[in-house]
Design a protein around this ligand. Structure first.
Ligand SMILES: Nc1ncnc2c1ncn2[C@@H]1O[C@H](COP(=O)(O)OP(=O)(O)OP(=O)(O)O)[C@@H](O)[C@H]1O
Length: 335
């Protein structure tokens, strides 16, 4: 879908992209990086709207340097910033964008109605956009990116400004753009946790350089850590404590997992193998407490970046960003 080869973009005072080489296949791909990492600059180059200083890039097999127009016919683009005219309705605006993409008037109206329904805008689509909430405006921006039935869409920070519920709804919509219509998606975000739930593949950039490009499952491999959640009983008012003591008696150290996303009475221990599972089961049964869940933990993407030794020194900005991402991840999990 997208390939770049040693792609650089230098502005007079800043290098926005620095010899970026990557290949992106079909599906939903997340492009993640802190503010200023170069995400929007990359999208503008891929759309053929801004020339690269060095290197090459192609989208759907078309060279961005020479085929910008053809690329934009086949690709939808949802820009990051608010760019909607306030005094026209969503219907009028999206029909206009469909006509600009070359659809005849009847097809443009039909596609607009379908697309606005798909993004969840109903009666309000006849009202002027100026009175819309941020979430509704983001939906209009998404609709105009989809209206001409592109093969690929670039969504630049589509969850910006949304509350947690709005963010989840937008992420669900993005996933369905691919599953329902087969349109591939490149979506940017500065929140790793968001993309972990939505994307098949994640590309991480920092300071215009590629940090990592892998499938989401590679980022979130299972660990040997076992999370166990138990209930309290009259006999054991602190069931977690009782199980920790019992495991200690068998030489197994545990730590509290209460700070983990969604965890209440959770403890963490290292699973040596099947026998650890059996031992936990037997101890829980002996204590007469309830076993709520016992599961192997998966990495969260943010943790990968917190723990991973870097080949090159990480910039302070990247470190701060990893910390922010980890916090956001936890908050997301706690919801
Ligand atoms: N037209 C421009 N002229 C000069 N510098 C620019 C220009 N466009 C972007 N930059 C700089 O290039 C760097 C990358 O910007 P870019 O907008 O691509 O980042 P980003 O990852 O999309 O961040 P954000 O999410 O904040 O938009 C930044 O330092 C930015 O200030």
């Amino acid at each position: 879908m997208i390939a770049t080869e040693s792609l650089s973009k230098r502005f007079p005072r800043v290098t926005a992209l620095d010899r970026l080489s990557m290949d992106i296949g079909p599906g939903v791909t997340g492009l993640v990086g802190a503010n200023g990492a170069g995400k929007s600059t990359l999208i503008k180059i891929l759309l053929g709207l801004s020339p690269a200083t060095e290197g090459r890039a192609s989208v759907l097999g078309l060279d961005v340097a020479t085929s910008g127009g053809e690329i934009r016919e086949r690709v939808g683009y949802m820009p990051e910033h608010d760019c909607l005219p306030p005094d026209v309705s969503a219907t009028e605006f999206v029909v206009h964008m469909a006509r600009m993409s070359g659809l005849p008037p009847t097809a443009a109206r039909e596609r607009t109605a379908d697309t606005l329904r798909h993004v969840g805008l109903y009666e309000e689509r006849y009202r002027p956009i100026g009175g819309y909430s941020t979430g509704m405006k983001q939906r209009v921006k998404l609709a105009q990116a989809l209206v001409h039935d592109p093969q690929l869409v670039f969504l630049d920070e589509p969850t910006n400004g949304l509350d947690p519920v709005g963010r989840d709804e937008m992420l669900g919509l993005i996933r369905r753009v691919h599953t329902d219509f087969g349109i591939s998606v490149l979506v940017t975000s500065h929140l790793l946790g968001e993309l972990e739930r939505t994307c098949d593949h994640v590309v991480v950039i920092d300071g215009g350089k590629l940090l990592r490009s892998s499938s989401t499952t590679d980022f979130t491999q299972t660990t040997t850590t076992l999370a166990v959640e138990v209930t309290d009983t009259d006999a054991h008012p602190d069931g977690t404590r009782a199980l920790r003591d019992a495991l200690q008696g068998h030489g197994i150290d545990t730590e509290a997992g209460g700070e983990l996303p969604g965890a209440g009475h959770t403890i963490l221990l290292t699973a040596e193998g099947e026998e650890t599972y059996d031992l936990v089961r037997d101890l829980v049964a002996d204590l007469g407490i309830g076993l709520v869940r016992m599961e192997q933990r998966r990495h969260h993407i943010a943790e990968v970046f917190k723990d991973e030794p870097q080949e090159e020194p990480v910039s302070e900005r990247a470190a701060a960003w990893a910390a922010t991402a980890a916090t956001a991840q936890q908050k997301g999990g706690e919801r």
